[in-house]
Design a protein around this ligand. Sequence first.
Ligand SMILES: Cc1cc2nc3c(=O)[nH]c(=O)nc-3n(C[C@H](O)[C@H](O)[C@H](O)COP(=O)(O)O)c2cc1C
Length: 248
Amino acid sequence: MKTVFINCSPKKRFCASAYFLFLQKMFVGGEKVSEQLRTPADHERILEQVTDAKSVVFCLPLYVDGIPSHVLRFMEKMEAYCRENSLQLNVYCIANNGFIEGKQNEPLMQIFENFCSRAGLFWGGGVGIGGGVMLNVTRIMFFVEIALLVLNTVLSAVNTGNFFPKDAWISFGENAALLLFFNLGVLFYLACMGSHISKGTHSGKKYTRILIPSFIFILFADIFFIIISFFEGGLFRSWLAKKEYTES
Ligand SMILES: Cc1cc2nc3c(=O)[nH]c(=O)nc-3n(C[C@H](O)[C@H](O)[C@H](O)COP(=O)(O)O)c2cc1C
């Protein structure tokens, strides 16, 4: 049984879709093939891969309450290809969005459902994930925690000869548990869908989010985007940039 996992994020690095696909793959058995859909040059290669597959898992970001345009172009091509070749595929979808409510992915899920119906494919269902950017940050934080633990262990070994600094391990355990907690909803629904993907059965549409209260999410999201805007230049650069006026 072959499952093709398609990362549809246009980002080259650090995309949330890659993180969710990594988690999803842990819960699916059989042959697994990973693909990246970013440009039209990827179309033929991916269509070749799905030809002998049993299931396809699309993992994509929500753009303007819908599907990113480069994914739509591929779906148009795939619809025609599946009909021409009478492919019998199970299609699943993992969608993530920046705002906190995973339910915002509902229109995107409906588009996938309609796509399956038009292409003659089996709609297996999907998981919509809110707070995708922040969940992606939790995986980076996990690696930062590991690096801090290693650093503390080395410093403790050098300074006191103790290779097991208890406080550093307790702090690591607490922080790792907190990061895991934030991800519990995602892990639960991806585990459930993984079991359906392995069996080729219908999993239904499920929506989840990062498990923190909304007011904390908004606070952290505001701080995060202000910092990002400093680096990317979006907000402040456009405020401070000299404006050009045209006389009408
Ligand atoms: C052009 C564009 C449109 C977006 N539209 C929405 C939106 O309508 N709702 C939302 O919650 N997030 C929106 N986002 C945020 C993305 O869904 C979010 O950053 C997602 O985690 C990106 O996933 P990726 O890292 O896998 O590409 C948008 C982002 C971009 C760049």
